[in-house]
Design a protein around this ligand. Structure first.
Ligand code: SAM
Length: 205
């Protein structure tokens, strides 16, 4: 995409204004207690790595060469570096399906990524298959507003936003999509960071 390189290179700089005040403590709460085999989808610049504990084995997938380069540097600096394996791939890439096995994951972590994966519904079906029975999907995401006026504004802004933000869909109803995919909510919270956001933990049925 046209601005992929710029987005990848500026992502951490731009996100710092949201991370510390609004998102960092949510990432820590969602990730610090996880253990076992974890697929982190769209690991980006590796911003989550600092939150995992040493009872984890993390498979990080990230299609953007500009993002994964920074994730590799974060992995190198992390005390957990040898527990993180990075692959330059993403949902929808046949190479990913060769790597993954059914009922093999304890957790799938998706932070700010279900908004960008082109076929998010297909990805959710894949996560359901790859999770072990009782395995969990962990999500932090912005979503389409439940207020119809704000939702329409998001619809209107979506095309420009997607161009600037490397395919991110501002109006995606990810909370609804997760429910429709059949995941069982363990904990969910709706909140706002300017736009509507959502965090949750869901179990494979
Ligand atoms: C907004 S960034 C979020 C990065 C990181 N997860 C975070 O929490 O900051 C969206 C990420 O999704 C990645 N992405 C895009 N398409 C993807 C796909 N099909 N599968 C997995 N990740 C994808 C992008 O390259 C980018 O790193």
């Amino acid at each position: 995409m046209k601005y992929s390189k710029t987005f990848g290179q500026w992502y951490d700089f731009l996100m710092q204004f949201l991370e510390k005040p609004y998102l960092r403590h949510r990432r820590a709460r969602l990730l610090s207690g996880l253990s076992g085999r974890i697929l982190e989808v769209g690991a980006g610049t590796g911003i989550n790595f600092v939150h995992y504990n040493d009872n984890t084995e993390i498979i990080g997938i990230e299609p953007s060469p500009w993002m994964i380069r920074q994730a590799a540097e974060r992995k190198r600096q992390s005390a957990l570096g040898n527990r993180i394996v990075l692959h330059q791939t993403g949902c929808g890439d046949p190479a990913l399906y060769e790597m993954m096995e059914e009922n093999s994951l304890d957790y799938v972590v998706c932070t700010l990524v279900l908004c960008t994966i082109p076929d998010a519904e297909g990805a959710l079906r894949d996560f359901m298959r790859w999770l072990k029975p009782g395995g969990q999907l962990v999500v932090l995401e912005h979503i389409r507003s439940h207020n119809k006026h704000t939702g329409r504004l998001q619809d209107a802004l979506r095309p420009v936003w997607a161009k600037i933000a490397d395919g991110c869909q501002l109006n995606r109803p990810t909370d609804r999509m997760i429910a429709e995919a059949g995941f069982i909510p363990v904990r969910q919270e709706w909140f706002r960071v300017g736009i509507p956001f959502y965090e949750g933990v869901f179990e494979k049925h």
